[in-house]
Design a protein around this ligand. Structure first.
Ligand code: ADP
Ligand code: MG
Length: 274
C-alpha cells in the first residue's frame, strides 16, 4: 500500500477505517460483510472504492456517514470517532435524493439554511450561484426537479452536498443510474468542481474507469467478507480531460484494476455458490 499521492495534500487524515468489521444477522444466519478494513483518506484527497457487488462498499460509506456502526474497529473523521450523521460529512446517494417541492436553487441552499450551518446568510446567494455555475445549471435556478433530466437532478444533489462546505463528501455510486454519455459528462463536471474546491471525497463506484478518472487513489475491496485487497496511486496529472482516458497509462491502469476486480468477483461467486 502506498500513500504517495497523498503526500502532496495538506496532510492529516480526514477519514480513517481501522480494523473495521461488520456482520448482518437475519433469518438465523450471520453474513460477514467487512472483515478488517483498513485505509485512510487524507485531507483534500479524492479516493474511490471499487469492489465486487455486495462486498460491503455501501456499508463502509454508511459507517463514514454515521448511519451504521462497526461491530469492531474504528471509523474516524478528523481524528474523532464517528458517532452519527453530521453536517461535517455531506452525502450523495445513487437515487436522486433532492426535494421535489423545492426549486434547484432552494435545494442547493437547503444545507446552508439548517441550524447547524455557520455560514452567514448574506453569503448564501453567492454560494448557490457558484454551484449553479460549476454544475452547469445556469438558467434552471427556478426549475423544479420534475422538470429536470436524471443527470441534472444528480448535479443538484452534488451541488447541495458541496454548498455547506462539509469536511468530507461521501458519494455512493452517484452516477450509476445514468447512461454512459451522461456519466462521462458528470465525471468531468465533478472533476472540475473538485479541482476548484479541493474537498476530501470518498466515492464508491462500480466503474474502474470512473474511479481512475476522478481519483488520487483507488482502493480495491476483496470479495465478501471484504478487506482492502489493493490500493493504487493513480499518478496521472490533473486536470484530467476526455483525452486522458485514451492515454496508455490510463488504459494500462484500467486493465490492471479490471483484472483485480474480475478475480475478486469470481471469488465472490464461488463463495456464494458454496
Ligand atoms: N441493513 C442490512 N441488513 C442486512 N443485510 C445487509 C444490510 N445492509 C447490507 N446488507 C448486506 O450486506 C452485504 C453488503 O451490502 P452493501 O454494503 O450494500 O454492498 P455493496 O455496496 O458493495 O454492493 C449485502 O449482501 C447486503 O445484502
Ligand atoms: Mg452499494
Amino acid at each position: 500500500m502506498s500513500g504517495g499521492a497523498a503526500r502532496e495534500h495538506e496532510g492529516g487524515e480526514a477519514l480513517a477505517f481501522r480494523g473495521v468489521r461488520k456482520s448482518f444477522s437475519g433469518r438465523g444466519e450471520t453474513l460477514r460483510v467487512l472483515d478488517g478494513v483498513d485505509f485512510a483518506v487524507e485531507q483534500g484527497e479524492f479516493v474511490s472504492v471499487v469492489g465486487p457487488s455486495g462486498c460491503g462498499k455501501s456499508t463502509l460509506l454508511n459507517m463514514a456517514g454515521g448511519f451504521e456502526s462497526p461491530d469492531a474497529g474504528r471509523v474516524l473523521a478528523g481524528g474523532a470517532e464517528v458517532g452519527g450523521p453530521s453536517p461535517a460529512r455531506g452525502v450523495v446517494f445513487q437515487q436522486y435524493a433532492i426535494f421535489p417541492w423545492l426549486t434547484v436553487a432552494d435545494n442547493i441552499a437547503f444545507g446552508l439554511r439548517l441550524g447547524a450551518c455557520t455560514i452567514p446568510r448574506s453569503e448564501h446567494a453567492a454560494i448557490v450561484a457558484r454551484y449553479v455555475d460549476l454544475m452547469g445549471l445556469t438558467g434552471f435556478e427556478r426549475a423544479y426537479p420534475k422538470e429536470l433530466s436524471g443527470g441534472m437532478r444528480q448535479r443538484v444533489a452534488i451541488a447541495r452536498a458541496y454548498a455547506p462546505d462539509p469536511d468530507v463528501l461521501l458519494m455512493d455510486e452517484p452516477f450509476a443510474a445514468l447512461d454512459a454519455q451522461t456519466r462521462e459528462f458528470m465525471q468531468e463536471l465533478l472533476h472540475g468542481t473538485q479541482l476548484a474546491e479541493r474537498k476530501t471525497v470518498l466515492l464508491i463506484t462500480h466503474s474502474v474507469e470512473e474511479a481512475i478518472f476522478l481519483s488520487h487513489r483507488v482502493v480495491v475491496m476483496s470479495a465478501r467478507p471484504a478487506k482492502v485487497c489493493e490500493v493504487v496511486d493513480v499518478g496521472i496529472g490533473m486536470p484530467r480531460t476526455a483525452e486522458t482516458r485514451l492515454t496508455p497509462e490510463f488504459i494500462e491502469l484500467r486493465r490492471h484494476l479490471e483484472g483485480v476486480l474480475r478475480s475478486q468477483s469470481s471469488n465472490l461467486e464461488k463463495g456464494t455458490a458454496a
